[in-house]
Design a protein around this ligand. Structure first.
Ligand code: NAP
Length: 283
């Protein structure tokens, strides 16, 4: 392997201990997570988030609601939590069961408590170049790139994936760092033509081995956001052989994953600061 491995754990641990110090300084930060139903992957994610939040000293509530909860009942609960003085940060684990309207659910979370940064107001502030609360995974990627001194100003960056959770906010953050950004998706023709141009390639498609060594420029920095559960275990979207070509690459697991949780906790501290008035939420 010629590529440098960009591990997420060391930076994530540093961020988590900084967060713990901030929680101690603030006194109490109330974080509520809401899990609807019993999707096994969601259970795992919620467990990991809770463990990290408890370790950092948050006052956490792990609210479990039945898979068949009525839409109105869920919205009423979220509105109540959004208004509660005990709640600084609120997270609804996605995806939701099919009968629930995800967009309405996201809109019901108070924007300044929206620890995931999915509310249209938070997405809009990012789009306008005034980021308030930003989705944790792309923030984690940016922190990793900065930690590893990856030059973004003027760089050609390619993002594969345009989801509201990863791809779009990722592209906006790279754009704000003055990269020249191309966003690819399932309708992109000749994906390799774009990826071969990339000095920084962020892959978030959810397709194992989507990116093969012949699609990557020598010395490119490759960030593999993919997390795919396969018979061979947890794998990313980037084939292992890419590490022979790239200059640096994030492993899966142990790359972006740990950063997502660390940045989520940072977001929760930010929510608490908004509520205390230490920071002004855009209005
Ligand atoms: P998603 O909502 O399913 O979006 C996938 C994106 O990939 C879509 O924009 C889709 O294009 C695009 N795509 C699909 N097939 C493609 C192809 N053949 N060529 C180019 N683009 C293609 O997924 P997501 O929520 O963004 O997550 C993406 C991956 O990241 C998943 O593996 C997920 O598990 C992982 N993830 C990891 C973390 C972490 O902490 N490491 C956090 C979040 C997500 P269209 O828009 O045209 O459909």
């Amino acid at each position: 392997m010629s590529a440098t491995l960009i591990h997420g754990k060391p930076l994530a641990e540093r961020i988590r201990s900084e967060v713990a110090a901030e929680v101690r300084a603030i006194g109490r930060i109330g974080l509520v997570t809401v899990l609807v139903g019993d999707d096994p992957s969601s259970e795992v994610y919620i467990r990991l988030k809770h463990k990290a939040a408890v370790e950092a000293g948050f006052d956490t509530t792990d609210l479990r609601l039945p898979a068949d909860i009525a839409q109105d009942e869920l919205l009423a609960k979220l509105a109540e939590l959004s208004e509660s003085d005990d709640v600084d940060a609120l997270l609804v684990q996605l995806p939701l069961p099919d009968h629930l309207d995800e967009e309405r659910v996201i809109r019901t979370v108070a924007p300044a408590k929206d620890v995931d940064g999915f509310h249209p107001l938070n997405a809009g502030e990012l789009y306008l170049g005034r980021p308030a609360i930003v989705s944790a995974t792309p923030r984690g990627v940016m922190a990793l790139l900065e930690e590893h001194h990856v030059e973004l100003d003027g760089a050609r960056a390619v993002v594969i994936g345009r989801s509201d959770i990863v791809g779009k906010p990722m592209a906006h953050l790279l754009l704000q760092a003055n990269a020249t950004v191309t966003v690819c998706h399932s309708h992109t023709r000749d994906l390799y033509r774009h990826t071969l141009e990339a000095e920084v390639l962020v892959v978030a498609a959810g397709i194992p081995a989507l990116v093969t060594p012949d699609m990557v420029a020598e010395r490119a920095v490759v960030v593999d956001v993919g997390m795919n559960r396969t018979a061979a275990g947890l794998v990313g979207d980037v084939e292992a052989g890419v590490a022979e070509i790239a200059g640096a690459i994030t492993p899966v697991p142990g790359g972006v994953g740990p950063m997502t949780i660390a940045c989520l906790l940072e977001n929760a501290v930010r929510c608490a600061r908004y509520r205390r008035g230490d920071l002004a939420y855009p209005s």
